[in-house]
Each structure stands twice: as structure tokens, then as C-alpha cells.
Design a protein around this ligand. Structure first.
Ligand code: ATP
Ligand code: MG
Length: 287
């Protein structure tokens, strides 16, 4: 194995898997990822994939079995392994929250004083309660946490929530947020410079993909006298392109806008006289 080949640990199947694989594919990295596969070498980038249970990923990266890995920040912070976070990936967003039976009234965190809380995240939960001056007992269980109050195992739970649908269907309500999570890329702390080089190349590609995800390509038509006004609304990567149309006095302007500003800018553009506005996705963006 050449020194510059990196090993990346990704979740084999679960809520991180699809988006993790999609990210590497969007970076132009080709590899096989069938459900029975446990490892796979890319045919066009110096990278080998290991497909693992997500809980094992931080430990493997800490030990150097894998050089980098994709993991939920919640799992990483719960276990506190010695690894570096090298990139926030923006997917698998969820939160760790405290929830109680729906029919109970809730005022503030003092509600949890002396209570029994079932969770798969005892460290994060205890740290949070301690920081708020609440003393409660956590009871660690590894799955189906939502069922704990209804079977008398606990008074409340602290669990991962995204929409809140699972809580609701188990007669619970979310009352306090403990931790905000998303997928992150982690790396071993003692990598060779050859491997670091490969990781830099990978991070450069990820940056281009992420920038493109937040940006849209805008094409619009405008009369000559409105060009300046429209230009002031379109920052672009440098400045907008302005191309004359066949019809005298009309121009086509092309630029890039941020997804976040999208609706505000579109409204302002219309107000400034822009017509026939097209908004297109961008695949990659390199500054
Ligand atoms: P494994 O079998 O690999 O151990 P798992 O059952 O422990 O998987 P998943 O349910 O696949 O874990 O969740 C993996 C990660 O995805 C979680 O640690 C969290 O970061 C994130 N996650 C969990 N639930 C959601 C959700 N509802 N929406 C978005 N992300 C989530
Ligand atoms: Mg797991």
C-alpha cells in the first residue's frame, strides 16, 4: 500500500451512510459500496473505505486503524476519543434532548431534580445537568430509549431527536435541548505528511462541493438602464457577466448567489427590473 493512501471509516448502514457515500461520490471518488461489502478501494483516488458500526469509528480513528472517519458529533462527544475534527459536514443534523411524558406540566430544568433519566448518552446528559446545577440519575440503555417512561424504567429520557415524531408517538414531549449535532469528519492525530497531503486534496474537493451546495447560478434579462441597479444586487464570484441580447437595449446578466439570500434577492431583482430570471444548481465551485 502506497504511503499516501488513506483509510476512511464510514457507517455501514444507518442514518449517516447514504449522505457519507454521496459526499465522496460528489467529490468524484469512484468506489463500490454494496451492502455486503466491508471494505472497498477507490479506482481513481488514493483512498480505501471501511464500512463499520458508527460506534466503532472514533476508536478506530484514534488507534490509527482508519486515518479519517465520518461520525455524528453526538457519538464523538459522548466517548471523548483523542481525534481531531477536521470538517463539519452539515448532514445528519439532529439534537440530543430531554423529554418527559406528555401529560406532565413542565416549568424549567428543576423538573429533573432527583429524577431517573434513561439515555444512550449518559456522559453528555450528566455534563449538561451538572452545568445547570440539577442533580439527577442517568440510567444507560443502548436502544429503544423512548419506551423507558411507559414501562416504569425511568421518569424521563434524553435522546436524539430530529422531527420529534418518535417522541410524540411514544407519548413524550421534548422540553430541553442538551446538544446540537451534525456529521463531522475526524482524523487521527499522528498522520504522515503523505497522508496529510491526500487528506488536504480530499478537503479541497469537499469545500468545492459544499460551496456549490450553498450557491445558485442566476441568469436574467435586463434593460440597459437597469444594469447598474441589478448589478448592485448581484455580488457574483468576481462581478456579474453582462452579455448583449439580439434585441437592442436588452442584456443578459449571469451571476452566483447564496442559497440563503435566494428569495430576498429574487424579490429585489424583480423590483429592479430583472425579467426572465432563471435559477440553476451548481455542481462544483472552485474559487
Ligand atoms: P449503527 O448500527 O452503525 O451502530 P446506530 O443505530 O447507532 O447505527 P443511526 O440511527 O444510524 O445509529 O444514527 C447514526 C447517527 O445519525 C446518530 O449518531 C446521529 O448523529 C445521526 N442521527 C440519528 N438520528 C437522526 C435523525 N433522526 N435525523 C438525522 N440524523 C440522525
Ligand atoms: Mg451505533
Amino acid at each position: 500500500m502506497s504511503d499516501s493512501i488513506i483509510r476512511v471509516a464510514v457507517q455501514k448502514s444507518g442514518r449517516l451512510s447514504d449522505d457519507s457515500l454521496k459526499l465522496f461520490k460528489e467529490c468524484g471518488i469512484k468506489f463500490e459500496s454494496g451492502s455486503s461489502k466491508l471494505r472497498s478501494v477507490s479506482s481513481n483516488f488514493p483512498i480505501e473505505f471501511l464500512f463499520l458500526r458508527d460506534d466503532d469509528i472514533p476508536g478506530y480513528v484514534e488507534d490509527g486503524v482508519a486515518d479519517i472517519g465520518v461520525i455524528g458529533l453526538n457519538v464523538l462527544m459522548e466517548n471523548e476519543k483523542q481525534v481531531s475534527i477536521i470538517k463539519e459536514l452539515g448532514f445528519s443534523k439532529c439534537r440530543l434532548s430531554l423529554a418527559i411524558p406528555r401529560n406532565e406540566t413542565y416549568k424549567d430544568l428543576s423538573h429533573f431534580e432527583g429524577k431517573n433519566i434513561a439515555t444512550s448518552y449518559p456522559n453528555l446528559t450528566n455534563k449538561f445537568l451538572l452545568s445547570k446545577g440539577v442533580s439527577a440519575q442517568t440510567h444507560e440503555i443502548s436502544g429503544s430509549v423512548e419506551i423507558a417512561p411507559s414501562i416504569g424504567l425511568a421518569d424521563a429520557i434524553c435522546d436524539i431527536v430530529s422531527t420529534g415524531g418518535t417522541l410524540l408517538s411514544n407519548g413524550l414531549k421534548e422540553v430541553a435541548e442538551v446538544f446540537n449535532s451534525q456529521a463531522v469528519m475526524i482524523s487521527n492525530t499522528k498522520l504522515s505528511s503523505d497522508k496529510k497531503n491526500t487528506i488536504d486534496k480530499l478537503l479541497f474537493r469537499i469545500d468545492s462541493v459544499q460551496k456549490a451546495q450553498n450557491a445558485k447560478y442566476v441568469v436574467l434579462n435586463v434593460q440597459e438602464q437597469n444594469i447598474e441597479k441589478v448589478k448592485s444586487l448581484l455580488p457574483g464570484m468576481k462581478s456579474p457577466s453582462v452579455v448583449p441580447l439580439a434585441e437592442e437595449g436588452w442584456y443578459s446578466m449571469h451571476s452566483v448567489i447564496s442559497e440563503n439570500d435566494f428569495w430576498d434577492i429574487i424579490e429585489s431583482l424583480r423590483g429592479a427590473g430583472a425579467q426572465g430570471i432563471l435559477v440553476l444548481p451548481i455542481e462544483k465551485m472552485i474559487n
